[in-house]
Design a protein around this ligand. Structure first.
Ligand SMILES: [Mn+2]
Length: 438
């Protein structure tokens, strides 16, 4: 049975009222999404953020203005369907439990929607996700204008809801931070367990199993994203997800995994030697990335920004690439020619929250958008040397290192929410393989 698991009604109500201030006289239309055949259902983040309702095939309409209204379209009770797919709140209970002014059957969406959109200056709806949903909303918008034709109103503009919702979701309040902290902590424990379990001869899949055991054993809802367990040269494939190679003695293992709980996800990466001992070249590369990651985390504070951090990461990593013999020439020339991208092809990080790549603005009007307290980002520099890169020192070929932590911007700096997971060489060497005999 679905329950209101992560919040009480008041929080959702406050969020809907906030829309009133940010977007007066508008209609927000949010679709929960549909249930797939084989996967577990997870409603769209902004839908849950505003409603707390967790069922598929639901639609929320929030009207702002002088008399704000909230309408919830849900699947009606159906004894047969519920025998197959489980409990539904149904119209009456949904109204009682989730506090809309009115609940409706989802079957009535097309007929009811035009009335709910009448008089709105703007309609906030994410076009382009499902063509059927697009058609329903566009037809309802046109019908609403016909109903109001005597007023001479033009058709309401359909706008991206993230113009407003990303602004809200980007800055986490105390409750959201508490939930995110919980996800980070349980993901951190799973990473530590994976380190302890690591040994040559295991398959990547077995390390994945360790991670998942600890996620679910701590009551996670699901993986926040497809976990990456990449040994040896697989670490150089940024989105490696086959996770099925036998790990060899002398390999590095890169794990990028985070659990979602209460609709907030962690995003953690660690890289360490499968057998518990860094070789000298592995250590050189690893410490280069670690050094850069620490310098960047020290820069995270109110007023700094993702573009600023990214630019600095390119500079610092390019310096390291030159020291490691991967590049020659000056830092400036290698940045100008983008040669550094061969070994550092991705961005320094992203916003984190209900989605792993959470909504938010890294720039506004072309300018870096400064962090404020409550924003959470990842800081994840990496260096990846392709196996077949003849221009790289032979000892570094086929090595990939990324180190990623989740960082909360606070009023006077930042706090690393994933600090529990070791990343110093000595700490890692002490912990890896600890439980390998059991
Ligand atoms: Mn990430």
């Amino acid at each position: 049975m679905l329950t209101k698991t992560f919040n009480d009604l008041e929080n959702f109500k406050q969020r809907r009222l906030m829309l009133n201030r940010l977007a007066p006289n508008a209609a927000f239309i949010l679709f929960a999404g549909e249930e797939g055949h084989l996967d577990t259902f997870r409603p769209q983040s902004s839908f849950v953020y505003l409603t707390g309702f967790e069922e598929p095939s639901a639609v929320a309409v929030v009207r702002t203005g002088e008399t704000p209204e909230f309408h919830l379209f849900v699947r009606p009770n159906d004894a047969v369907a519920e025998t197959w797919d489980g409990h539904r709140w149904g119209l009456e209970k949904a109204k009682q439990e989730f506090g809309p002014n009115q609940s409706h059957s989802i079957d009535d969406l097309e007929t009811q929607l035009p009335e709910l959109l009448r008089g709105a200056d703007k309609i906030y709806f994410a076009l382009g996700a499902q063509v059927e949903d697009d058609n329903i909303v566009i037809a309802a918008r046109d019908r609403a204008q016909q109903l109001d034709r005597r007023s001479g109103r033009p058709k309401a503009a359909i706008c991206d809801p993230n113009e407003v919702l990303a602004e809200m979701r980007m800055v986490k309040d105390d409750l959201e931070i508490e939930l995110l902290r919980e996800s980070c902590e349980l993901s951190a424990k799973a990473h530590i367990a994976a380190m302890k379990a690591s040994r040559p001869g295991l398959n990547e899949k077995q390390i994945l199993a360790t991670l998942l055991f600890h996620f679910y054993n701590e009551n996670a809802s699901r993986e926040g994203y497809c976990s990456i367990v990449a040994s040896g040269a697989n670490a150089c494939t940024l989105h490696y997800r086959a996770n099925r190679r036998d790990m060899k003695d002398g390999d590095l293992l890169l794990i990028d995994a985070g659990a979602e709980k209460n609709y907030f996800t962690a995003d953690i990466t660690r890289t360490f030697p499968v057998n518990g001992h860094f070789t000298e070249p592995q250590k050189k590369l690893y410490e280069a990335v670690l050094d850069v990651q620490k310098s960047l985390i020290a820069m995270v504070k109110p007023g700094s920004s993702l573009p600023e951090l990214h630019e600095k990461s390119c500079e610092l990593l390019t310096e390291k690439m030159i020291l490691l013999g991967l590049l020659s020439g000056s830092v400036a020339d290698n940045i100008e020619s983008k040669k550094y991208q061969k070994y550092y092809p991705h961005g320094i990080g992203h916003f984190l929250g209900m989605d792993v790549h959470d909504v938010g603005f890294s720039k506004k009007n072309g300018k870096p958008h400064p962090f404020v307290p409550g924003v959470v980002i990842t800081v994840e520099p990496g260096l990846y040397v392709p196996e077949d890169d003849d221009s790289a020192p032979a000892e570094l070929r086929g090595l990939g290192v990324r180190i990623e932590d989740d960082v909360l911007i606070t009023s006077n700096g930042s706090e690393v929410l994933t600090a529990l997971v070791p990343k110093e060489v000595a700490e890692l060497e002490a912990i890896i393989g600890q439980s390998a005999s059991t």
